[in-house]
Design a binder for this molecule. Structure first.
Ligand code: GAL
Length: 688
């Protein structure tokens, strides 16, 4: 078995990574087994009154041996969390000739299914048990050792092992009342498929419907990247990123511009995020179709996936040649998965020729500039989606464009010509719900594409959060429009020594009806919110405390403060989780802040922080969100950038011990150090 990477061809316009940076598994099966990614579970019929749902389970069973096999498939449905079968069925006995495969199709009914939604991501498990039917002759031949192994002693040992094994399996799989109970039955394979019960539809007029109801898609587009690790993310970091996106109010994730890891999809199923799963290239060559097929066969059971995006911004969009290629790909996608619509994330050519008609849902990248509205007028029967939007370039904690340092102002003064704020993107959806939703570019900054700058700036500025997942100011614009809780946020920070008396531009983001602004206890005014955009103020600077109070119906509902911080005094450490798994793969995300004597983050602090560990763990990586930092990510230290940095701590695999204690100390010259204790335990899971 060989897994190798050839990274000499195909490099994207962002950092795609290189090497083997995803899990590689070797699956060992009986010769009679369910093929890899060999099941297809759909819920074609969900009763409108919720009383039942039909679950269709197709299992591709292969016989990879040189003799014919007879088998049946026993399929049962269970809650994902475990428990007795909620429904079960047994197929007819089927004969399979040597080295061949067949598909077994079964339909089961689930009574009162708990539907899957991002808010209540209820999951089920379909278990496909392949039971080989053995008559006496076959029973003997099944346990006969390979003729190639000539050593008689080894043959005897193998025979007794094999027959013990067969007995044990027979006991497990035999049930009284089976029609063929007079024969031997051997459990050859047991294959589990996680699925959800939910219906999806994209309607030209009503937009996206989830379980029959309109459901606006609040998504972000994302690459795989994260601080400290490049694109080689342990599962715990994937979970961390997804949780941050959910906290911001997202209900959807677009994996741009490549299929995500299977672990990310499993987490989207579990945590509740809709997914637009994207193919890498517009390509109908045998190799291109093979990539598409592998994505669909691997991923088509995930309830989270709502769209197959076949391409992103390809030059052939809107051309006759492109249309032929896309048609071939869309046909293949529908053949493998008739239950999901196809799409393409287009940035031109929507209204030329029949390119866009090859997919079920037409994607508009940056459609707020009139193209999506134009498409709606000219092609009223087409379903649409805001496949990409925003590209709002800002650097966390920076309030002026600084080309020399590679920083983009949080006031959005350097956004590209095709970009806009998240609020403008979302307004386009509110104005025309048939756009169905939007995937903002991007949830997180990523390596490469440092628009509007070039080297030595090395990270993108498009993220609503930086590469470490620290929120930029614009994060609160998004959270305010995508979450129901009253919220107000005030920017910039309030450390402008030397600018006393000078007017500072203040923005408040929020979702309250009106905002009061206070400085050092004096009310500066109250402004009503209009639409989703920030409220703007101009305030002569004086050190002290700037306070914004959000009011709903005249009643105070939310508040936010920016106080002038004093000199950097100490370090504060905060972990996303302190109890970690002990298998050597888990990671704690340590958020580091540099604060003054009163505990206020120092918004300009750039202290060098060093991490000292005691106990079985290592620093997996470090980061600080500075788009121009060339400090190594694989290190035990990092400078803070605008008051913050991050360390990823990975406990080692436990050998024998049931748990281990890890002390992390963060040290910086002139600052009071901080210490935090993590526990790694055999039983604690990476995703808990
Ligand atoms: C889009 C493209 C993305 C990224 C983005 C930056 O056109 O799909 O990959 O380059 O622009 O604004």
């Amino acid at each position: 078995m060989l897994v190798k990477v050839d990274a000499t061809v195909l490099e994207g316009w962002w950092y795609e990574g290189c090497g083997i940076y995803r899990h590689v598994w070797l699956r060992s099966t009986d010769p009679l087994h369910v093929a890899d990614h060999g099941t297809y579970v759909t819920t074609p019929d969900i009763a409108a009154d919720g009383s039942n749902a039909v679950v269709a389970v197709a299992a591709n069973v292969r016989n990879e041996s040189d003799r014919a096999r007879r088998f049946r498939v026993r399929t049962s449905l269970h809650p994902k969390a475990g428990g007795d079968a909620l429904a079960a069925t047994l197929s007819e006995t089927v004969a399979l000739s040597p080295y061949s495969a067949t598909e077994i199709n079964q339909r089961l009914t689930l009574a009162f299914p708990a539907l899957w939604t991002p808010e209540q991501p209820n999951l089920y498990l379909a278990v496909s048990a392949v039971e080989e039917i053995l008559d006496r002759e076959e029973g003997r031949s099944a346990t006969k050792p390979d003729a190639a192994s000539a050593d008689p002693a080894a043959m005897a040992a193998e025979r007794s092992d094999a027959s013990e094994d067969a007995d044990e399996r027979r006991d497990r799989s035999f049930e009284p009342g089976d029609a063929e109970s007079h024969e031997g039955v051997r459990l050859a394979d047991r294959y589990e498929t996680v699925f959800g019960v939910r219906s999806i539809a994209f309607a030209a007029e009503r937009g996206f419907l989830l379980n029959g109801k309109p459901y606006p898609i609040r998504g972000t587009s994302n690459h795989q990247d994260f601080a400290g690790v490049g694109v080689a993310l342990p599962d715990a970091l994937i979970a961390y990123k997804l949780k941050l996106l959910k906290e911001m109010g997202c209900n959807a994730y677009r994996s741009a511009h490549h299929p995500p890891t299977p672990e990310l999809l499993a987490l989207c199923d579990e945590l509740g995020l809709l997914v637009m799963n994207e193919n890498r290239k517009l390509d109908s060559t045998p190799r291109g179709l093979d990539h598409l097929r592998r994505m669909i066969l691997r991923d088509r059971n995930h309830p989270c996936i709502i769209l197959w995006s076949l391409e992103n911004e390809e030059v052939l969009e809107g051309t006759a040649t492109g249309s032929r290629i896309l048609k071939r790909m869309a046909g293949e996608a529908r053949r493998l998965d008739p239950a999901r619509p196809t799409s393409a994330a287009m940035n031109h050519g929507w209204h030329e020729g029949d390119y866009a008609d090859q997919v079920d849902v037409v994607g508009y990248n940056y459609g707020h500039r009139g193209s999506a509205a134009d498409g709606r007028r000219r092609f009223p029967r087409r379903a649409q989606i805001g496949s990409e939007s925003a590209s709002y370039t800002t650097t966390r904690g920076e309030y002026a464009d600084d080309p020399a340092s590679g920083y983009a102002s949080a006031y959005g003064t350097s956004i590209p010509s095709w970009g806009c704020s998240p609020a403008v993107s979302w307004q386009a959806v509110l104005d025309d719900p048939s756009l169905t939703g939007v995937f903002l570019w991007t949830g997180f900054d990523y390596r490469g594409e440092p628009t509007p700058y070039e080297w030595p700036c090395i990270n993108s500025h498009f993220g609503i959060m930086d590469t470490c997942g620290f929120p930029k100011d614009v994060y609160y614009e998004v959270q305010a429009m995508w979450t129901p809780e009253p919220l107000v946020h005030v920017m910039p920070h309030w450390n402008w020594a030397g600018r006393e008396g000078e007017e500072i531009e203040i923005w408040t983001y929020g979702n309250c009806d009106s905002v009061e602004l206070w400085l050092n206890g004096r009310l500066l005014g109250e402004q009503a919110r209009e639409g989703l955009s920030p409220i703007k103020w101009a305030v002569p600077y004086e050190r002290g405390t700037l306070r914004a109070i959000g009011k709903n119906g005249g009643v105070r509902a939310a508040s936010a403060e920016r106080a002038t911080a004093g000199a950097a005094s100490r370090i504060v450490l905060e972990a996303d989780r302190t109890r970690l798994g002990g298998d050597g793969t888990d990671v704690a995300v340590l958020r580091v802040s540099v604060v003054d004597a009163e505990g206020r983050i120092v918004p300009t602090a750039d202290s060098l922080i060093r991490f000292e560990l005691s106990g079985p763990a290592s620093v997996l990586g470090v980061g600080n969100g500075n788009p121009s930092s060339h400090e190594p990510d694989k290190a035990d230290r990092r400078r803070a950038f605008n008051g913050r940095c991050l360390a990823l701590i990975q406990p080692s695999e436990l050998h024998g011990e049931s748990s281990a204690t890890i002390r992390v100390k963060a040290i910086s010259s002139g600052l009071v150090p901080a210490e935090l204790i993590l526990t790694a335990a055999a039983a604690a899971g990476a995703r808990s």
